[in-house]
Design a protein. Structure first.
Length: 316
């Protein structure tokens, strides 16, 4: 296959580029580098089956030659980023999804949308199955991200129904691993950096909120299986192993061998407004139709991620 991966210079996008190349496919990564970095793909520059194109996917997309699959990952998923760029976030979810869908239709390509557990908002159903419609505040600060993805899902299904486009929707739950941006504000890079630098780990509020963390290699394998399947309706991918943020801070400290203290703070900005209290994927559908489930435990994944950050920070 010759595949287009938008957001290909980002964290998950760059791992997907690696995965598709390893499977023997040709990959075109497209990214405007608003938060991504060519550092994530520099090891691929010069690869005969890899091409990077700097382009904003909210603008018209043109590529010569056939394309078999489009994977649309371009977005601003970190709360710090979408709070800083609310309009860009809405535009990439709306206009960017429209442009990439139109491009896939023109090429007769299969299309995969990277959606998110955030479509469930602050969930009233736990764990979250795909059938749950969610509990999102459309006018709150997080709404720009959540609604951009809800719109993107609706647009993807509309292209499927109206144009017969062959589409897939993956709802990704918190994923972590090497190449996360050090300053993207998400809990994994924040805690690991703080633990390695001997700074206090900043747990927001009481630390009672929960998340379920999936290692990136498990996720990309699931995305590949979904693309190759014939499932059009959304599929959750994530690791159901749920943990409070307080426990997570303890775990990061232990794995990093850190003596950093843990502090409990209430951010003065909008970072924790409408912050989901719990989140855990129901992955029965992925198990059933993709034969997929995560293999990497939180301890193992964190060890690999901490090692990567240690090297990145020049600490070894
Ligand atoms: P990331 O920020 O590392 O990657 C996103 C990439 O999109 C960046 O490289 C950015 O430069 C690029 N981008 C943004 N707007 C663009 C535009 N208009 N044109 C071209 N490129 C643009 O984020 P990530 O964690 O790798 O997330 C990838 C995808 O997975 C996103 O769609 C995100 O919503 C989804 N997702 C991620 C998680 C997670 O835990 N990491 C959870 C749920 C969903
Ligand atoms: N969080 C925290 N300290 C930090 C960063 C995040 O306590 O330094 C909390 C945040 O409030 C949320 C959870 O960790 O409850 C996960 O946050 P993240 O931004 O990683 O992802 P989210 O799941 O909210 O999109």
């Amino acid at each position: 296959m010759r595949v287009l991966i938008t957001g290909g210079a980002g964290f998950i996008g760059s791992h997907l580029c690696d995965y598709f190349l390893e499977k023997g496919h040709t990959v075109i990564a497209m990214d405007n580098l608003v938060t991504g970095s060519t550092r994530n793909i520099e090891h691929l520059i010069g690869h005969e089956r890899f091409l990077f194109i700097k382009h904003d996917v909210t603008e018209y997309i043109y590529l010569k030659g056939p394309i078999d699959a489009v994977l649309h990952l371009a977005s601003l998923p970190s709360p710090v980023d979408y709070l800083r760029h609310p309009i860009k976030t809405l535009k990439v979810g709306a206009l960017g999804t429209h442009k990439t869908l139109g491009f896939a239709l023109a090429k007769g390509a299969r299309y995969l949308l990277a959606s998110t557990s955030e479509v469930y908002g602050d969930p009233e159903v736990h764990p979250q199955p795909e059938s749950y419609w969610g509990h999102v505040n459309p006018v709150g600060p997080r709404g720009v991200y959540d609604e951009s993805k809800r719109f993107a899902e609706a647009m993807t299904m509309a292209y499927h129904r109206a144009h017969g486009l062959d589409t897939r929707i993956v709802r990704i739950f918190n994923t972590y691993g090497p190449r996360m941006r050090l300053d993207d504000g998400r809990v994994v890079p924040n805690f690991i950096k703080q633990a390695l630098l001997g700074e206090p780990l900043t747990v927001y509020d009481s630390g009672e909120r929960t998340r379920s963390f999936c290692y990136v290699s498990d996720l990309v394998d699931g995305i590949y299986r979904l693309l190759m399947s014939d499932e059009v309706e959304p599929v959750n991918l994530g690791n159901p192993c749920e943990i409070t943020i307080r426990e997570f801070a303890e775990k990061v400290k232990e794995i990093a061998g850190s003596t950093s203290p843990i502090t409990y703070i209430t951010p003065a900005d909008d970072r924790t407004r409408d912050d989901p209290r719990t989140r855990r994927p129901d992955i029965s559908k992925a198990r059933r139709i993709l034969g997929w489930e995560p293999k990497v435990s939180l301890d193992e994944g964190l060890r690999l991620t901490v090692e990567w950050f240690r090297e990145y920070l020049g600490l070894k």
